[in-house]
Design a protein around this ligand. Structure first.
Ligand code: FMN
Length: 199
């Protein structure tokens, strides 16, 4: 069996980056092993320490362990069919939301940005704990709104499957091929420019 704990999925970078950045990737095969609640709380603590506009901390998370069958099912049912076949085996599902207004009622233009920053903290802390996560935009936001009775200023943005790494061979196609496809990135010179954009 392919050992997905091998470094084969780690990023090959042109410049040295933090180990957790190199090691993070988005698997679809998760091990049965549950995620201890303290580890999950640690991961959310990392999110808490992300910077945010006016220190508003607009991120919110709704999560469920798979053992909490009813709560897990509610989150699972929000996923689109393209994600359900593999995400059903994740030990933890998370719905990430952002509060689109500041506490004073004015719109927070940075709400999505700041949730993204928090998610980045979260996933890198998870990586440091040996966990893997897979973000999913493929979910039904309206269903999430209804299921959780969300107020208008709370926007469901992305879901996350979280757990320990499984074996690629657990997956059926097309997910198996995606799990093993080469990881690619644009080179830094194609998106970071000194002084001004190129013509
Ligand atoms: C906002 C967002 C939405 C995503 N939606 C999905 C999704 O619905 N299904 C899926 O399989 N992967 C999804 N992904 C995972 C990306 O495809 C993945 O992060 C990207 O291909 C880079 O691979 P890596 O995370 O392994 O580096 C999403 C990632 C992000 C950040």
């Amino acid at each position: 069996m392919t050992n997905q704990t091998a470094a084969s999925r780690h990023a090959t970078t042109d410049f040295a980056v933090l180990d957790v950045i190199r090691q993070r990737w988005s698997p679809r095969a998760f091990a049965e092993q549950p995620v201890p609640e303290p580890a999950l709380q640690q991961v959310f603590e990392a999110a808490a320490w992300a910077p945010s506009a006016m220190n508003e901390q607009p991120w919110r998370y709704i999560y469920a362990h798979r053992e909490d069958a009813a709560a897990f099912q509610q989150l699972f049912d929000c996923l689109l069919p393209g994600n359900q076949p593999w995400a059903r085996h994740a030990p933890v599902l998370v719905l990430a939301l952002t509060k689109t207004d500041f506490a004073n009622g004015t719109p927070n233009a940075a709400a999505l940005h700041d949730l993204g920053l928090a998610n980045s903290h979260l996933i890198l802390e998870a990586t440091a704990l040996g966990l893997h996560g897979h973000f999913m935009g493929g979910f039904d936001a309206d269903k999430a709104r209804q299921t959780f009775g969300l107020p208008a200023d709370l926007q469901p943005v992305v879901m996350l499957a979280l757990g320990y790494l499984g074996q690629a061979e657990q997956l059926q196609e097309p997910f198996l091929s995606r799990e093993q496809a080469p990881r690619q990135r644009r080179p830094v010179a194609s998106f970071a420019f000194a002084g001004q954009l190129p013509n």
